[in-house]
Design a protein around this ligand. Structure first.
Ligand SMILES: NC(=O)c1ccc[n+]([C@@H]2O[C@H](COP(=O)([O-])OP(=O)(O)OC[C@H]3O[C@@H](n4cnc5c(N)ncnc54)[C@H](OP(=O)(O)O)[C@@H]3O)[C@@H](O)[C@H]2O)c1
Length: 435
């Protein structure tokens, strides 16, 4: 009988328990598939008493993840604790000890992935992270392996289920931001502190990982331009729809002539765009390459089952490789100092909701401010302000111009008029290019 493979699970939360159940429930099938029996020998949690029911004769539970990461009888460490520390240190220790590691941790992979992959190479083990982006959507392997013959020009993605759920609720049910957030929290899709999701931090981690793979370049979270969804109002979705657009929290990475253009922000996309049809907690990733054209993957971006699907697949890959004696696959080297394009220099179309006094002369003032910066207005719609009787909403869209020119228009309006307030500024995806 082939030797069994010892697994150490760091974390028995939503994903950890899903992985444990899959490994225990499908043990025989997995053994046939990878040629090794997979044995979860130890697991780490913070509150051991609360998880003691999951312990068994062959599985000990402790509150010391580092001890498990370095245990002699653990061959593969599966990190499912989340957060940067102690997760990153445990991963590093396991890799330094020559073990292989599977993680679903986007924060660690976005911030420290390249360094940890180096440690894996030096230690002779492997670091796999399919579940760190898009939950069950197999996008990491697709970029690493299946699309490797392509020169990738762009990745566009909806990679945060919480914000997509909220945006869908605001768009379809007319909820305002606060109600959409409360509903997401009630259903367990948003945390009590939603900052990481609604401010785009989580999506920026994931986009940094995708962009690094797509462009073979080191893209760190701080390289990603980021705006959240807090300033969206329910009425923006109606105005966008009237203009032929849906609003999505889009993560985009593309090769622009000025450098890599990598950003996460709410974006108007055509209602014909496949991204416009991605609703609720679903995720989607579209990759464009010179040979493939465009490929879109859509599916569940979170949840115990979907995420376990990706985590267990990584474990099976490692087990199969070890059973056949093959060496680990090494990632392609990264360009460590790629050129990034500044958003201010990128050509975009813009949607603005401006709150203005409902009086003569305001349009002329606005027109002058746009003209002064050479920003050409494509459409203007004036509608009564929903709450203030003496105010109106002006919905302005521009033709393509540099994002920096719109910055200057808004700064000029702020200086010249205390009565004109910016409600929201959104980029429209078509017509986007360097100017
Ligand atoms: N949830 C999803 O659908 C999903 C999807 C894709 C990726 N992920 C990623 O998967 C990872 C796990 O997410 P999750 O939702 O399963 O998290 P979770 O439900 O909060 O579970 C975290 C687990 O880790 C344990 N833990 C945390 N810090 C620890 C420490 N310092 N020492 C020992 N144990 C510790 C917790 O112990 P206690 O049980 O004692 O609290 C818990 O068992 C994260 O990186 C997340 O981003 C999650």
């Amino acid at each position: 009988m082939a030797e069994s493979l010892g697994i150490g699970l760091l974390g028995l939360g939503v994903v950890g328990r899903g992985v444990l159940e899959a490994l225990q429930g499908n043990a025989q099938a997995y053994e046939v598939r990878c040629g090794r029996r997979l044995e979860v020998r130890a697991a780490a949690v913070r509150n051991v008493a609360a998880r003691s029911g999951l312990a068994s004769a062959g599985l000990s539970i402790s509150d010391d993840p580092m001890a498990i990461a370095t245990r002699d009888d653990v061959d593969v460490v599966v990190e499912l604790m989340g957060g940067e520390e102690p997760a990153a240190d445990c991963i590093e220790a396991a890799l330094s000890a020559g073990k292989s590691v599977v993680t679903a941790n986007k924060e660690v992979m976005a911030k420290r992935g390249p360094a940890l992959l180096d440690v894996a190479e030096r230690g002779g083990g492997e670091l796999r992270y399919e579940a760190s982006v898009g939950g069950g959507i197999p996008i990491i392997g697709v970029l690493q392996r299946d699309l490797q013959a392509n020169d990738v020009s762009s990745v566009r993605a909806i990679i945060n289920g919480t914000t997509n759920f909220m945006i869908t609720a605001m768009s379809r049910d007319g909820m305002d931001y606060a109600d959409a957030l409360a509903e997401a929290q009630r259903l367990g899709y948003a945390e009590a502190d939603p900052t990481n999701d609604v401010d785009g931090i989580d999506a920026a981690y994931k986009l940094a990982i995708l962009a690094s793979l797509a462009f073979h370049a080191r893209v760190a979270p701080d390289d990603v331009y980021r705006e959240g969804i807090r300033s969206l109002a329910a009425r923006d979705f109606g105005h966008a729809r009237d203009l032929g657009y849906a609003i999505r929290m889009l993560a985009t990475a593309r090769r622009a002539s000025l450098g890599l253009d990598v950003r996460v922000h709410p974006t108007l996309v055509s209602t014909e765009d496949p991204m416009a049809g991605v609703e609720g907690v679903l995720n989607a990733v579209a990759v464009s390459g010179d040979l493939i054209g465009s490929v879109v993957l859509e599916g569940p971006g979170a949840g115990a089952g979907a995420t376990s699907s990706a985590v267990v697949a990584d474990i099976l890959e490692i087990a199969g490789r070890l059973a056949s004696g093959q060496p680990p696959r090494r990632p392609r080297p990264l360009d460590t100092s790629p050129q990034f394009a500044l958003l201010a220099d990128i050509g975009v179309r813009t949607y603005l909701r401006l709150e203005v006094p409902d009086r003569a002369g305001v349009l002329a003032e606005l027109g002058a401010a746009f003209a002064a910066e050479g920003v050409s207005i494509a459409s203007v719609l004036q509608v009564p302000h929903p709450e203030r009787s003496l105010s109106a909403d002006l919905i302005v869209t521009t033709h393509a111009c540099s994002d920096g020119a719109v910055d200057r228009v808004l700064a000029g309006l702020k200086r010249s008029s205390s009565e004109i307030e910016l409600g929201v500024r959104l980029r429209i995806e078509d017509g986007c290019d360097d100017l």
